[in-house]
Design a protein around this ligand. Sequence first.
Ligand code: FAD
Length: 382
Amino acid sequence: MVAGAGIGGLAAALAATRAGWLAHVFEQSAQLGEVGAGIQLGPNATRLLRAWDLLPAALLQGCAPERVVARDAQGGHELGVLPLGREAEARYGAPYLTIHRAELHGLLQQAAQAAGVRTHTGQRVRAFIESDTAVGLDLDAAASPEGDALVAADGLWSGLRRQLLGDAPPTPSDHVAYRGLVPMSELPPRWRVAEVTAWLGPRLHAVSYPVRGGDMLNIVFFLEESPRAGERWGWDHPAAAARLKAGLPAVCAPLRELVERVPSWGLWVLHDRPPVAGPQEMARGRVALLGDAAHPMRPYLAQGAAMALEDAFALGRALACVEADVADLPAALRRYALERWQRCARVQRRSLRNATLFHAGGPLRLGRDLALRSLGRRVMDL
Ligand code: FAD
């Protein structure tokens, strides 16, 4: 059983089904879907989409950018370039992809359905009840299903994690993300390029890239700003452009013009949680954590969903090794946790470190800009 039908939960159910298990997914929302806008996936994640036969469709719906460019948000000038395209694809064995979240979610949903995953919407999992041989779910609905194992993929505010580990909720950071989407046809030609651009400025950065086959530009500003009352919970609070503009110090003309052209903004407050201390915090008995429920991270390495996909793949491999005896399941979940916890912790820490680097001022900024000049000569190690 899987709690949560986000990108992580659907991928986990797909991987489990392909490993020979029957997966049931319980999702609290009345309808399956994804809020938000674009998502970047590095080759570590697109490799997995290929393994699940989803890459060709993902490339048709999304975009394969030719390069990542770092620019100074104040001056607009180029700080460094990381070429992607064919050369990078040959080196890393898979392309870099930018895609709308709803499209990625839709592809996973279709694949899961085709593989035989059973999805139950409008079913909030309140708690689990574990015995030596099974796990039961306490649902809002009357029925209490039981299964051999539970994967808690219930996201950042995971209640099932709280039950499993007894730890506190994640803490809100002082970083807020404003995301917008704008049709390319409404933008000057300089924006209609197949590239990911990271605009770095003191106490802020922005990331822009094409989605929807190049028809839309996705833009996200990350500002150091205290969240307002009522914004802590939930995703995608509507935000007035005036608020974003008031929070933006002197940024270059193209970025200011872009802000004017975006029809509406959605706001997320970014949250932090320290990495788990060991595999025993990612899986216990017949219950495993996956995706943001296990390791929420700042989106400053664009790896949160990628880690959820990697988790799902590792889970599928661990489950494929279980013989017919379901008594082996706790051992399989332990193997999954052993494989995943250190990598996820490392990526979480590096994502957080990027917050300091991206928003740097003074000597750190000078050092960063110097290092960015050699971006194209370095190798991504994800
Ligand atoms: P979620 O997407 O949170 O899904 C959890 C699901 O569980 C939801 O459907 C929810 O309704 C359901 N649920 C919750 N509680 C219950 C319950 N009790 N019972 C049943 N269902 C429940 N990652 C990248 O790889 N690349 C990027 O470029 C990138 N950009 C990002 C930009 C921003 C601004 C942000 C905030 C994040 C970004 N991420 C990115 C991170 C990525 O979005 C997340 O890591 C990813 O969506 C996590 O997926 P998930 O399935 O674990 O959790």
